[in-house]
Write a protein that binds this ligand. Structure first.
Ligand SMILES: Nc1ncnc2c1ncn2[C@@H]1O[C@H](COP(=O)(O)OP(=O)(O)OP(=O)(O)O)[C@@H](O)[C@H]1O
Ligand SMILES: [Mg+2]
Length: 367
């Protein structure tokens, strides 16, 4: 269960038409976003799309060329980083190598003159939150990558920021450790009541951790939604292909009646789709997620549409298999669960199969 995200009041962070240029490069391009208090918010996008630059502007290490950033309704333009209720954990986690774990975490409080007794209490609390009790006396070289990462997190948490900015904090970790840390972060968020803004280029990470995701490309925000909507209803081709895999089809509206249109799809045949304001002849692009196909050696009785295909290749992934298929001269991708149909011995390269789809699973894209 997620903690309640307050969307009624003003957002904790409001980004208003923010642009940041570096010479000819527009790193962040007219971005507007609202981040509600207590959200676990993710910024997702490919390398170089402006994620770190946006985070650095929220933290106050960079200034926007245009637009402004408000925290709790207050314009941050003239507020220096150390006066913002924000803490940032950087892309390459920074811990002081010559200090013990304890010192690393206490340091940020010591330099701001917090009394000793309180420092002790808060450091203990922060170390318990990231589960590093008993490691206080160690130095960073005596820790694993995941433990070092947790020291970096404790250093940020101990200062009790309203907003914690996490810039790809897990990218240096191996897969198992990364999954453990993902769960730790989700747990932490439940315990501490801090708003998290996580930057990542890993779609699985964003989908599994965040309750709201902004997808960025080339400095722009393309879509903001909860994970399910983003995956099930991508608005654009970029989002459809960046979040997961998509089979894309071109189609043309050939008839309309009562809020539905008949679309002739290249290589697929005709389907009827709900649509209000599209005229005859309109060109449409549609997407279908690979696990929505019903793959069957026999023609499926219940599908809205069935396509004959040839299985070209099959990649085994343990829980699922990914099938590369060819139908009418084009490549399609399907994913099957191995506990079910994937275990069918008739599914071998070269096999003739049927791909069934339900029209409701087709998503009409805007571009
Ligand atoms: N200080 C700078 N001077 C010049 N160009 C910069 C500077 N910082 C960032 N850029 C450019 O701005 C763009 C966005 O960079 P940014 O670091 O925000 O991307 P990112 O989304 O964080 O990428 P990654 O996933 O690789 O970390 C890139 O084209 C980058 O080269
Ligand atoms: Mg970055």
């Amino acid at each position: 269960m997620s903690p309640r995200v307050d969307v009624s009041g003003p957002p904790l962070v409001r980004i208003e038409g923010v642009t940041r240029r570096f010479g000819p490069v527009v790193a962040v391009d007219r971005v507007s976003l609202d981040i509600p208090e207590n959200a676990f918010y993710a910024l997702l996008g490919p390398s170089g799309c402006g994620k770190t630059t946006l985070l650095r502007m929220i933290a106050g290490f960079e200034q926007p060329d245009e637009g402004r950033i408000l925290l709790d309704g207050e314009d941050m333009t003239r507020v220096p980083p150390n006066r913002r209720p924000v803490n940032m954990v950087f892309q390459s986690y920074a811990v002081f190598p010559h200090m013990t774990v304890w010192k690393n975490v206490a340091y940020g409080l010591e330099v701001t003159g917090v009394p000793q007794g309180e420092i002790r209490r808060r450091v203990e609390e922060a170390l318990a939150l990231v589960r590093l009790e008993g490691m206080e006396a160690r130095r960073p070289h005596q820790l694993s990558g995941g433990q070092k990462q947790r020291v970096a997190l404790a250093r940020a948490l101990v200062k009790r920021p309203r907003l914690l900015l996490l810039d790809e904090p897990l990218s240096a970790l191996d897969r198992k450790l990364r999954e453990d840390m993902q769960m730790e972060l989700v747990r932490l968020r439940h315990e501490v009541g801090i708003t998290f803004l996580l930057v990542t280029h890993d779609q699985d990470e964003a989908l599994s951790m965040a309750d709201r995701i902004a997808v960025m490309n080339a400095g722009r925000v393309l879509q903001v939604a909860d994970p399910r909507t983003l995956y099930e209803q991508p608005r654009t081709r970029f989002v459809a292909e960046f979040i997961g895999t998509a089979n894309l089809f071109e189609g043309r509206v050939v008839a309309r009646c009562d809020g539905t249109v008949r679309v002739r799809m290249e290589d697929l045949g005709e389907v009827r789709l709900p649509a209000e304001s599209v005229g005859n002849g309109t060109h449409l692009r549609l997407a279908l997620r690979p696990e929505k196909w019903r793959v069957d050696p026999e023609r499926p009785p219940a599908a809205d549409l069935a396509v004959a295909a040839r299985l070209v290749e099959m990649a085994y992934h343990g829980d699922t298999s990914r099938l590369h298929l060819e139908a009418g001269g084009r490549r399609l991708v399907a994913v099957v669960h191995n506990a079910r149909r994937g275990g069918d011995p008739r599914l071998v390269p070269g096999a003739r199969v049927w791909l069934g789809l339900a029209v409701a699973d087709l998503v009409v894209l805007e571009d």
